[in-house]
Design a protein around this ligand. Structure first.
Ligand code: HEM
Length: 164
């Protein structure tokens, strides 16, 4: 496993390619495995085979950032399988996200780093809401501006019209 090449506070560059993604993923899962709230889900509940999981995650994030990864998988099924076995609630997803964002911030800085933070947040919300059968928190009216609320309600009524 590669060591962190950049320490917090040093000059950081953006995520440039596969090597950077490997460093990010290795550092992130190193932290996840130490985490008191979600570490055991990987090592004890799912008993993850890291030799397989880490390269899969390099390809996943490479696909997201550069469109060149060869990720094949089904993240919704992988996480839905965990729901009967352990709590996969808001606090677990929030912890996952804060560890991921902190790792990105510790190692990188730039457009792609910011994009990855936004993309992972969107994906976490989708996965969390689908596997738990609850509304996506991004669309909770309490979190929307009046303009967003109006746009979202138009979207919902056009969706309802399309499916009837
Ligand atoms: C509470 C939060 C989370 C937990 C505990 C968790 C745990 C897991 C576990 C145990 C696996 C299966 C690994 C294996 O068996 O090899 C997995 C797969 C995966 N996770 Fe997560 N995960 C979480 C959140 C996320 C989020 C937010 C994302 C994306 C932004 C993500 C992306 C993935 C992907 C892409 C896979 C591979 C899916 C596949 O094999 O098809 N995870 N996760």
């Amino acid at each position: 496993m590669k060591e962190e090449k950049t320490k917090p506070g040093e000059n950081k560059s953006d995520i440039e390619g596969r090597d950077d993604i490997e460093q990010l993923v290795n550092t992130f899962y190193g932290r996840v495995r130490e985490d008191d709230l979600i570490g055991f889900i990987f090592d004890e509940v799912a008993q993850v085979d890291w030799e397989t999981h880490l390269p899969k995650m390099y390809s996943f994030w490479e696909t997201v950032l550069f469109g060149t990864g060869s990720f094949r998988g089904n993240p919704l099924v992988a996480h839905a399988k965990l729901v009967p076995q352990t709590e996969m609630g808001r606090s677990q997803f929030d912890r996952w996200l804060s560890l991921f964002h902190e790792t990105i911030d510790d190692l990188f800085d730039g457009e792609r780093a910011s994009h990855l933070k936004r993309a992972s947040e969107d994906m976490a919300n989708v996965i969390y809401s689908k596997i738990n059968g609850v509304p996506d928190p991004r669309f909770d009216p309490a979190n929307l501006t009046p303009e967003q609320r109006e746009r979202y309600s138009r979207y919902r009524s056009s969706e309802a019209a399309a499916s009837s």
